[in-house]
Design a protein around this ligand. Structure first.
Ligand SMILES: NC(=O)c1ccc[n+]([C@@H]2O[C@H](COP(=O)([O-])OP(=O)(O)OC[C@H]3O[C@@H](n4cnc5c(N)ncnc54)[C@H](O)[C@@H]3O)[C@@H](O)[C@H]2O)c1
Length: 344
């Protein structure tokens, strides 16, 4: 049986619960009113698990990670007379975990919360680290806070209903972890494929826990993203721009963003072209796209509206090697030129 584990993030304890039912967790806090914010699709598939709880259904999909959805949730919390001392729990993928963290950090100036990630991506990445937020127009995660949940509860059985595309999306962030910090994880992934993880629950849990460790390790060292935490943005600058312009999923967009960042790494940090090819092959092996037909100029304009811009430079996460990422400032004209030179 997997042991629960507590991580300490700047004095705030976050319990990772691997062997507890949600009802048992709720029984720990009988004096609090608790409301579950549940992803709509997930709710349809697992309704019986939620019959005894107060529920707010959160409409599924990235298009709903917006202020009107947050306002609607806040109105429902007010109607349910949820107070500052009560508790909310987000159950869903990264969209719901991001929304829940955001609502929790602003509702009545802050209410405690927990998360139950239900997609691979949210289990290994989105639910961890306290970053939350919503999109504003075409700008991803433009508004948000950093606010840690009290617990993250892992119920791996939820993954049984996850569509194939969402499995693939999750592996984009897993491959990202390997690219930036863990060459041995990269090699491990090269020796397996999605089917092997779907068919072997122990192997899947091992992989997810390894990625939880990686993400918590980075967040613990730099919760406010002043240094190392920026490495987790590998593939995300172009990725976010692509996601918004083309409406493709986060994982797919990050995958294409990682290919662009690898090619930029060849130019700026001397990553070998063989390493770029290895990354491309691994992404393809896990069913991820490596390119998209796009209008380069529009994409570039979207990119430079990105929040990671500092003055005339864009801060980019590049690779020295597979498993070793670095932060590099690149001027916008130089980046534009390099991007034009690349056949992505
Ligand atoms: N805060 C962070 O640190 C962080 C990190 C990475 C990504 N994110 C965010 O996470 C989001 C992407 O997360 P995601 O890929 O989980 O997307 P998502 O939340 O949109 O979920 C993907 C799809 O799976 C469905 N779904 C969820 N659980 C299911 C289940 N158990 N069975 C069947 N269907 C299920 C959802 O309804 C949705 O259609 C993006 O908004 C991204 O910005 C945040």
């Amino acid at each position: 049986m997997l042991m629960n584990k507590t991580y300490n993030i700047e004095g705030k304890k976050v319990d990772c619960l691997f062997n507890m039912e949600l009802s048992a967790v709720l029984n720990r806090q009988t004096n609090k009113k608790t409301v579950l914010l549940v992803d709509e699709n997930h709710y349809q598939l697992h309704q019986s698990k939620f019959s005894t709880f107060n529920i707010i259904i959160v409409p599924s999909g990235e298009k709903n990670k917006t202020q009107p959805c947050v306002d609607d949730i806040i109105n429902q919390l007010l109607q349910l007379q949820i107070n500052k001392d009560d508790f909310i729990i987000g159950v869903g993928g990264g969209v719901v975990t991001d929304i829940t963290g955001y609502v929790a950090s602003i509702y009545k100036r802050g209410i405690s919360f927990g998360l139950v990630p239900t997609t691979v991506l949210s289990m290994v990445d989105a639910a961890i680290g306290g970053k939350n937020g919503i999109n504003v127009g075409l700008h991803k995660n433009m508004v948000g806070t950093i606010c840690q949940p009290e617990f993250i509860l892992y119920d791996f059985s939820f993954l049984e209903s996850l569509p194939d595309l969402e499995w693939i999306n999750g592996f984009a962030e897993i491959i990202k972890h390997a690219c930036i910090l863990d060459k041995s994880l990269f090699t491990f992934l090269e020796h397996h494929d999605i089917t092997s993880f779907k068919n072997d629950k122990a192997l899947l849990k091992q992989l997810i826990i390894q990625n939880i460790e990686i993400k918590f390790g980075v967040v613990q060292s730099d919760v406010n993203e002043k240094g190392n935490r920026k490495l987790l943005n590998f593939g995300h600058s172009f990725g976010h721009a692509i996601e918004n312009l083309h409406g493709i999923s986060h994982g797919e967009a990050v995958s294409i963003g990682m290919v662009i960042a690898s090619k930029l790494s060849e130019k700026y940090t001397g990553l070998s072209s063989i390493s770029t090819l290895q990354i491309i092959e691994l992404l393809k092996k896990y069913g991820l796209p490596i390119t998209i037909e796009t209008d380069g100029e529009t994409l570039f304009n979207q990119l430079i509206a990105d929040k990671k811009r500092t003055g005339d430079d864009i801060q980019f996460i590049l690779l020295d090697n597979i498993g070793a990422a670095v932060i590099k400032n690149i001027s916008i004209p130089a980046l534009q030129l390099a991007y034009k030179e690349m056949a992505v």
